[in-house]
Design a protein around this ligand. Structure first.
Ligand code: ADP
Length: 246
C-alpha cells in the first residue's frame, strides 16, 4: 500500500515536472516576443530611425503577446480549478442545443451546414450546466476551425443512450482535416496544438477532458487525415427522479 502511495506520488511529481516544463515553454514564447518588440521600439526611438507607424506596430505586437500570455494563464487556471461546481439535474439535449445555437451565427459565416439529431427520450444527467456547455463550445469551435479549408463543411451533432448501461452519448462529427494517428494520441495533452501560432493554446481539449472526468464521464476522439473527426462525450444518465445519479 505504501509502495503504491509512493508510486502515485512520484507519478504526480513527474506529471507536475512535465507540466512545469510545458508552462515555461509556453510563456517563454510571448515573453521573448515582448522583449524583441520592446527592444525594436526602443532602438527606433533612441536612434531616431523607423517611422511612428513602425514603433506603433511594435507596441501593438507587445499588447498582442501580453494578451496571449494572459490567455494561457487564464486557461491554466481553468485546467486546475475543481472546487466551484454547481451540479444540478440537467436536460443534456438542452445543454447541447444551447451550445449549438450559441455558435450558429459563426457556423453560418464559416459556411458550415449544421445537423442536429437529438434522441427524444434521452435521460437527464447530473452536472454543471455552464462547464458542460464549455465542453461543447470547445468541440464545436474546434470542428469549425478544422473545416476552414474543407470543400464540404458539415457538422453533425447527435445524442443517444444505452438503456443497458444508462450511459448518455453526444457525438460531434465534422468533415474537416481530421488528424494523424500520432496527433490523435496527443489531442488531450495540455498545450498540444497544430493551429497557427497565436490561434490556439492547446488547452481546450485538456480542460474539456477534466470537466467530463469530473462528471464521471469520458471523452473520446476518432478521425483520420482528410476524413474528418468525431468527438464523443459519454456521461452516466441520472437515475429515477429524486435519486441522485452521481
Ligand atoms: P487548440 O484548439 O487551442 O489547439 P485544443 O486542446 O482544443 O487546443 O485542441 C488541440 C488540437 O487538437 C488542435 O490544435 C487540433 O490539432 C486537434 N483537434 C481538435 N479538434 C479537432 C478536430 N475537430 N479536427 C481535427 N483536429 C482537431
Amino acid at each position: 500500500r505504501r509502495l503504491e502511495e509512493q508510486l502515485e506520488h512520484s507519478t504526480r511529481l513527474a506529471e507536475l515536472g512535465e507540466m512545469a516544463a510545458a508552462i515555461s515553454h509556453e510563456l517563454n514564447q510571448p515573453l521573448t516576443g515582448i522583449r524583441n518588440y520592446a527592444r525594436n521600439a526602443f532602438y527606433m526611438l533612441d536612434q531616431g530611425v523607423g517611422s511612428e507607424e513602425e514603433v506603433k506596430g511594435n507596441l501593438r505586437l507587445i499588447a498582442d503577446q501580453v494578451d496571449r500570455a494572459a490567455r494561457i494563464i487564464n486557461e491554466m487556471r481553468e485546467l486546475t480549478r475543481r472546487s466551484e461546481r454547481h451540479f444540478t439535474r440537467l436536460d443534456f439535449n438542452g445543454v447541447v442545443r444551447e451550445s449549438v445555437e450559441f455558435l450558429l451565427p459563426q457556423m453560418k459565416l464559416s459556411g458550415v451546414e449544421v445537423e442536429l439529431s437529438l434522441a427524444p427520450d434521452l435521460p437527464d444527467t447530473w452536472g454543471d450546466r455552464i462547464r458542460l456547455a464549455q465542453v461543447f463550445l470547445n468541440l464545436l469551435n474546434n470542428a469549425r476551425q478544422a473545416m476552414e479549408d474543407a470543400r464540404n463543411r458539415r457538422l453533425t451533432i447527435s445524442s443517444s443512450w444505452d438503456p443497458c448501461t444508462g450511459l448518455v452519448r453526444v457525438e460531434v462529427r465534422d468533415t474537416g482535416k481530421g488528424f494523424s494517428e500520432e496527433d490523435g494520441r496527443k489531442l488531450f495533452v495540455p498545450f498540444f496544438t497544430t493551429k497557427k501560432s497565436g490561434l490556439g493554446t492547446g488547452l481546450g481539449l485538456s480542460i474539456s477532458k477534466n470537466i467530463v472526468k469530473d462528471h464521471g464521464g469520458t471523452i473520446e476522439a476518432a478521425g483520420s487525415p482528410g476524413k474528418g473527426a468525431t468527438f464523443a462525450v459519454v456521461l452516466p444518465g441520472a437515475r429515477e427522479e429524486g435519486e441522485q445519479g452521481q
